[in-house]
Structures are given as structure tokens and as C-alpha cells.
Design a protein around this ligand. Structure first.
Ligand code: C2G
Length: 146
């Protein structure tokens, strides 16, 4: 009797890929046998009011090359999860716990799990530390030129 393969799905922007993204994808995969990742398109990110640095094509390419990711699909709207779960025969839907409760309606279709976020890292944090890093140089240059 062949073991029923368990399919896990998760969604995200995954801009400026960092350890927090890696951790949630790794842990999502550990919950099943196959991991599908829905990656927010550039257009959908505008709807999410998220300005991304890395374009969709490159974010998808990076994630698709992770050995524990089996499939990447575009996420172009909030509402597609329901269809995706049915179409891909998903058993478990995973998100970081910053989304706690937001997708509970999907529990009618599959197991919904919110996993703890990785502390101390976020795309926003990376962007702001890059900005600070840039400013001192500019101010040094300005000071020097007077
Ligand atoms: N994440 C995490 N730890 C961090 C940062 C992010 O576990 N330090 C998780 C988030 O909780 C999310 C995933 O990584 O589950 C992707 O995070 P984002 O790229 O910020 O995705 P988001 O904008 O939350 O989009 O329909 C769902 C949305 O597309 C989710």
C-alpha cells in the first residue's frame, strides 16, 4: 500500500531572501513530503503595499532552487489559496505566526499551521540597516567637501 504523500503549501514575498524565510520554508517542508511555495507577484505586492527590491522572476528563481522546495507558483491575489489547496491536493497550509488567525477559514480544506517567526530578522530591517549604512558615508563626504 503506497504511503499517501503529504503536500504542504505556504505563501510569501520572500524579498531580499534571509534566514527567516529559509527557516519557515525548511520547517514547512518537514511537516510533509512535498512543499509548494506561492510567491507574491510584483503586481500583487503593490496591492499588499509592499515595495520589493528583487523582482518576482528572481525571487521565484532563488526559491525554486532550494532543495526542499518542490514547486513554486505565482501568488497574484489573496483569494487564490482556496483554489490552490484543492488543485494541488494540499494537506497542510503554513504561515508565520504574524498571520495567526488570518487564514483559519482554510481549515475547512486542510490543516492550517502558524509557525513562530525567526526573531531579529526581516526584509524591513535589512532595508533600514542598508539605509543607515549609506547615510554616514554621504555625511562624511559632505563634511569633507566643505
Ligand atoms: N517570516 C518568518 N520570520 C521572519 C520573517 C518572515 O518566519 N523573520 C515568514 C513570514 O511569517 C511568512 C514568510 O516568512 O510566513 C514570508 O514572509 P514575507 O515574505 O514577509 O511574506 P508576507 O508579506 O507575509 O506575504 O498571502 C500571504 C502573503 O503573501 C504573505
Amino acid at each position: 500500500m503506497q504511503k499517501q504523500l503529504k503536500t504542504v503549501i505556504t505563501y510569501g514575498t520572500f524579498d531580499l531572501f534571509h534566514i527567516g524565510h529559509l527557516n519557515i520554508l525548511k520547517r514547512a517542508k518537514m511537516l510533509g513530503d512535498r512543499l509548494i511555495v506561492g510567491i507574491s507577484t510584483d503586481t500583487f505586492n503593490l496591492q499588499k503595499n509592499k515595495k520589493t527590491v528583487i523582482p518576482y522572476s528572481e525571487r521565484a528563481e532563488i526559491i525554486s532552487h532550494l532543495r526542499f522546495v518542490d514547486q513554486v507558483i505565482p501568488e497574484s491575489c489573496w483569494e487564490q489559496k482556496h483554489k490552490d489547496i484543492i488543485q494541488h491536493n494540499v494537506d497542510i497550509f503554513v504561515m508565520g505566526h504574524d498571520w495567526e488567525g488570518k487564514f483559519d477559514s482554510l481549515s475547512a480544506l486542510c490543516n492550517v499551521k502558524y509557525l513562530p517567526r525567526t526573531k531579529g530578522i526581516s526584509t524591513t530591517k535589512i532595508k533600514s540597516s542598508l539605509k543607515q549604512h549609506k547615510e554616514p558615508q554621504v555625511s562624511k563626504l559632505v563634511a569633507f567637501s566643505h
